[in-house]
Write a protein of this length. Structure first.
Length: 229
């Protein structure tokens, strides 16, 4: 069983559990993951800026297939946006870019650099998120030192189809109960199912297309945050 309160000063979700001693989330409840292929022709800069203006305060820059120079320039651009809005920026998989743009941390997965290696490079002042697709994987990431976990796919979504069938709400609830680190639900989450996701004990939700592909990312972000209260 879990319960939670939102700190009115920071907007961060702080959870408690009857079974575990929860570690408060280092981020706000909404975690935006970028994908420039889903912006419907808009610049990623504009979409992220609109999401930030709508209240998003945590962004993961996750842009596959960009040459290093272009990715670095994009990271610098998005970093300036997040600084302006007082939001956190995490870089997908690259400690080098994280350090170069003074981002708040990195987000890792099963492929690529290990959590321990990233921690050695980044120290303890920066965050490490980890993408887990099973409870066992999430537990291993927590033991290795991840600061928070994204757990997916909760519901069916094309972007996560390669990871197999949805894990579902029961697995999400189990992960939230068993992990001390904050768990962010990801995959197929929409305004109509946010309440049941949060009821599982999630520290927050991570979203891609629901915001990135929205006609009005600012209004969509504000509506999602309202649904999470």
């Amino acid at each position: 069983m879990t319960a939670g309160t939102r700190d009115p000063g920071s907007g961060m979700w702080q959870e408690t559990s009857l079974h575990t001693s929860r570690i408060p989330s280092p981020m706000s409840q909404l975690y935006l993951i970028t994908d420039r292929s889903q912006t419907n022709g808009k610049s990623l800069h504009d979409v992220v800026q609109q999401a930030l203006s709508g209240g998003c305060r945590a962004v993961q820059l996750r842009e596959k297939g960009l040459p290093d120079e272009e990715l670095m320039q994009l990271a610098m651009d998005i970093r300036q946006l997040t600084l302006h809005y007082g939001a956190k920026l995490l870089i997908s998989r690259s400690c080098d870019i994280c350090l170069a743009v003074d981002a708040d941390g990195v987000h890792l997965g099963a492929a690529g650099e290990s959590i321990s290696s990233a921690r050695n490079k980044l120290g303890h002042s920066r965050l490490i998120g980890y993408s887990a697709h099973s409870i066992d994987e999430a537990l291993r990431a927590e033991q290795a030192g991840a600061d928070f976990i994204t757990f997916s796919p909760v519901f069916h979504t094309p972007s996560k189809a390669l990871f197999g069938p949805p894990v579902g709400l029961d697995a999400l609830r189990d992960a939230c109960d068993r992990l001390q680190r904050p768990v962010y639900a990801l995959g197929g989450i929409k305004t109509e199912n946010i309440a049941e996701v949060m009821a599982c004990g999630a520290a927050g939700i991570a979203m891609i297309s629901a915001i990135i592909a929205a006609d009005d990312p600012a209004s969509q972000t504000a509506m999602i945050l309202k649904a999470m209260r």
